[in-house]
Design a protein around this ligand. Structure first.
Ligand code: NAI
Length: 246
């Protein structure tokens, strides 16, 4: 028996990076996954081999979220869990962040998380369930100047998740995983040197002196989705190689 046998779980941003690794691990642990992503083709490429379903949407669009959750509920035969891993990054600092960029970053990272939780919560409240939102270490402590909109969005995800954890308890557990630097398409342009090692200036921020691979995040997301974390809710869990604890 897997740790998620019989569970039906939506993973947003499931076509890439952390979401993709989460879909693979969840399927290996017996879950049926719905891969939610803005690219239908990429979502199908992940869902197909896992025996899951693919749903294309923009998580920041309320109508698309409502329709996608209804499609997943019908396709999976119910919903027991949600992982919100869809997100976009911006490195722009205060003076370079246009109002449009600020708005777009918050609309995907915060509004998208909010809309997904709001749409799935009534289903989870029927039989119980779990929600894991992906924040970021920068939402706890920024790494330095820059990323104004992104940092704002991740701080909001952490705070909002605590309020939601109170509101949906005791039937639904809500937790946040805050990754440090992870080797995914989101970070491909700055995280690694040509030899594959982590950029030294980035590695130096981490007690473990390296970036993570997506599977290391998926393992934490699995813990918070499985019954092994049955007494854990409202938690913000850094999975960050020891960047934010000191
Ligand atoms: P990624 O870029 O590899 O994957 C993100 C996925 O989200 C993509 O498949 C993309 O198509 C999807 N997506 C983006 N906007 C969307 C929208 N409006 N509607 C539907 N799908 C959308 O990124 P990665 O690295 O896997 O990031 C996953 C989460 O982890 C994000 O929330 C990110 O902010 C967070 N994170 C990542 C870190 C890293 O170092 N990679 C560090 C800290 C947090």
């Amino acid at each position: 028996m897997g740790r998620l046998t019989g569970r039906r779980i939506i993973v947003t941003g499931g076509a890439s990076g952390i979401g993709r690794a989460t879909c693979a691990l969840f399927a290996a642990e017996g879950a049926k996954v719905a891969v939610f992503d803005r690219s239908a083709e990429a979502a199908h490429a992940v869902a197909g081999p896992l025996g899951g379903i693919a749903v294309a949407l923009d998580v920041s669009n309320a109508q698309q979220v409502t329709a996608a959750v209804a499609e997943a509920r019908a396709g999976l035969g119910g919903i027991d869990g949600l992982v919100n891993a869809a997100g976009i990054f911006s490195a722009a600092g205060l003076s370079d962040t246009t109002p449009d960029l600020f708005e777009r970053t918050l609309s995907v990272n915060v509004t998208g998380t909010f809309l997904m939780v709001q749409a799935v919560a009534p289903v989870l409240l029927e039989g119980g369930g779990t929600i894991v939102n992906i924040g970021s270490g920068v939402g706890i402590t920024p790494t330095g100047p820059g990323s104004t909109a992104y940092v704002a969005s991740k701080g909001a995800v952490i705070a909002m998740s605590k309020a939601i954890a109170m509101e949906l308890a005791p039937k639904v557990r809500v937790n946040v995983v805050c990754p440090g630097a992870v080797d995914t398409p989101m970070t491909a342009s700055f995280l690694k040197r040509p030899d594959g090692s982590t950029e030294p200036g980035i590695a130096a921020r981490y007690a473990l002196q390296r970036a993570a691979v997506p599977e290391e995040l998926a393992a934490a997301i699995l813990f918070l989705t499985s019954d092994e974390s049955s007494f854990v809710t409202g938690v913000t869990l850094p999975v960050d190689g020891g960047r934010t604890f000191h």
